[in-house]
Design a protein around this ligand. Structure first.
Ligand SMILES: [Zn+2]
Length: 145
């Protein structure tokens, strides 16, 4: 650490790099709240405190495609607790291309149609209504997929 950073670290009471990381996270969380993107990708419940705020990849990039790591469309926000429990459960949820917003993609449609989860659970996972899911499953909507 250079002299300048030692001074900064002393004043902040923590390593300067840690402080910068924390500040970046605070800025991000603030913007996420302002833009109303603070709905958990995993459970659909609003994320209210920064301690439980985490960023995750919707589709697993590791051992898959490194472009997915950088793809901003592949980024979702979730509770730290939901995120880690999802990671433990691994593939099934991680494969979901859900946006957390009330909008579905072609990829979502095939996931929904191939899923054995309840309509209720799918609706929650994808942030849409149960009717939306039912229509997708029945093929009333998204006929082109
Ligand atoms: Zn959650």
């Amino acid at each position: 650490m250079n002299k300048n950073n030692v001074k900064k670290s002393e004043q902040l009471g923590m390593p300067f790099g840690t402080a910068c990381g924390r500040l970046r996270k605070m800025v991000l969380f603030d913007l996420v709240q302002k833009l109303k993107l603070d709905k958990c990708f995993q459970c659909g419940v609003k994320i209210v405190d920064i301690e439980n705020f985490s960023i995750e990849h919707k589709v697993v990039w590791l051992n898959n495609d490194s472009n997915l790591f950088w793809d901003l469309d592949n980024i979702a926000f979730s509770h730290r607790s939901c995120n880690s429990s999802a990671a433990r459960k691994s593939t099934i949820k991680a494969k979901g291309e859900a946006t957390g917003l009330a909008k579905l993609t072609d990829g979502d449609i095939s996931i929904i149609r191939n899923s054995e989860k309840s309509l209720h659970k799918l609706a929650r996972n994808f942030g849409v209504s149960r009717n939306t899911i039912r229509d997708v499953v029945r093929g009333n909507t998204w006929k082109h997929v």
